[in-house]
Design a protein around this ligand. Structure first.
Ligand code: HEC
Length: 176
């Protein structure tokens, strides 16, 4: 009996040590930082600014460079961003956001995908203009006609290349 209790004490002691180490190792538990930080809940305007607008610009730049692999990637990113936004904010001012995405921008995005698949530059340019119109149609439909999107006139993102990656270019050159 005495032996068993000693073993139990040993286990309890070990558990206490493990708990102490776990607390010490947990981030954000030191000193003044113990107050819980409330979660950040981005607004629709935040999500448009961080998840939609940059991708619209990058998609335009990839398409202008006729970089079809990248354009396909970024078109999918943009489409998925809309889907995630509609899941995060299902209702905006009494409107069903998923329905607004479907009725405004799904079909222009489908046309854009088709142009990318066909590797057709002129078709891409036309479809990109339609996608851009669709941005504005939704802004008007949801009471924000002051938010006007246009085909970007200038290049942005100086740290990213929108042409084909160097390896692919080199491979093409060596085939010539
Ligand atoms: C499903 C509807 C819908 C679609 C589609 C849509 N938007 Fe928006 N967008 C909104 C709404 C609503 C707001 C206003 C949100 C708010 O501030 O309350 C907004 C706001 C914005 C803003 C304003 C942010 C700011 O601070 O200036 C930008 C930029 C934007 N959208 C970009 C785009 C682009 C680019 C597209 C197309 C690729 C697009 N949006 C497509 C609904 C949409």
């Amino acid at each position: 009996m005495a032996c068993r209790r000693r073993r139990w004490d040993l286990w309890a002691g070990a558990a206490a040590v493990v708990a102490t180490v776990a607390v010490a190792a947990a981030p954000g538990t030191s000193g003044a930082q113990t107050a819980a930080q409330p979660d950040y809940h981005p607004s629709l305007g935040d999500l448009m600014t961080m998840a939609v607008q940059p991708r619209h610009i990058k998609l335009g730049q990839g398409g202008r460079a006729r970089n079809w692999a990248y354009a396909a990637y970024e078109a999918s990113e943009l489409r998925n961003a809309f889907n995630r936004i509609a899941r995060t904010i299902p209702t905006y001012r009494n409107s069903d956001l998923a329905a607004m995405v479907a009725s405004n921008i799904k079909s222009p995005l489908d046309d854009l995908d088709a142009a990318i698949k066909a590797r057709d530059g002129r078709r891409f340019d036309a479809a990109y203009v339609q996608v851009t119109h669709a941005c504005n149609a939704c802004h008007q439909g949801l009471g924000h006609p002051e938010v006007v999107i246009k085909v970007p006139e200038a290049a942005m993102y100086p740290d990213q290349s929108f042409g084909a990656p160097p390896t692919a270019t080199a491979r093409r050159a060596s085939r010539r």
